[in-house]
Design a protein around this ligand. Structure first.
Ligand code: AMP
Ligand code: ZN
Length: 113
């Protein structure tokens, strides 16, 4: 996608602070952290958001969650706890339309649900 900022990050056209990368996903620090640990995990393929995910992406979605679990451990927030967030669409406050999962930790969070 030509005008997608996360595709540009994947292509190295926009700098990012890499946390982890493999053949399916890329993880980097959020530019405006909402918690002491705030990492974004994105698929290397462009999907605008959860609404675009299909059965075909099942393994990818599982891999993203297990990557979040692994990074939480590596970043030292496994025991204290962490939150994994996906915002989908306007009401949820999605601002970047390349699917991403926030990994947040190092602080306590108010409960939404
Ligand atoms: P969302 O509101 O779920 O769409 O989240 C988008 C997130 O991307 C926000 O937390 C932003 O701070 C973050 N973000 C936007 N641009 C960049 C960037 N260039 N590098 C890192 N994070 C970014
Ligand atoms: Zn993209």
């Amino acid at each position: 996608m030509n005008d997608c900022i996360f595709c540009k990050i994947l292509q190295g056209e926009i700098p990012s602070k890499k946390v982890y990368e493999d053949e399916l996903v890329y993880a980097f620090y959020d530019i405006a952290p909402a918690a002491p640990v705030h990492v974004l995990i994105i698929p290397k393929i462009h999907l605008a958001g959860m609404n675009e995910a299909t059965e075909e992406h099942k393994a990818l979605l599982g891999h993203i969650l297990l990557t979040a679990q692994k990074l939480a451990d590596e970043l030292g927030i496994s025991k204290s706890g962490y939150r994994i967030i996906n915002n989908c669409g306007e009401n949820a406050g999605q601002t970047v339309f390349h699917m991403h999962f926030h990994l947040l930790g190092g602080d306590t969070f108010t409960s939404l649900v």
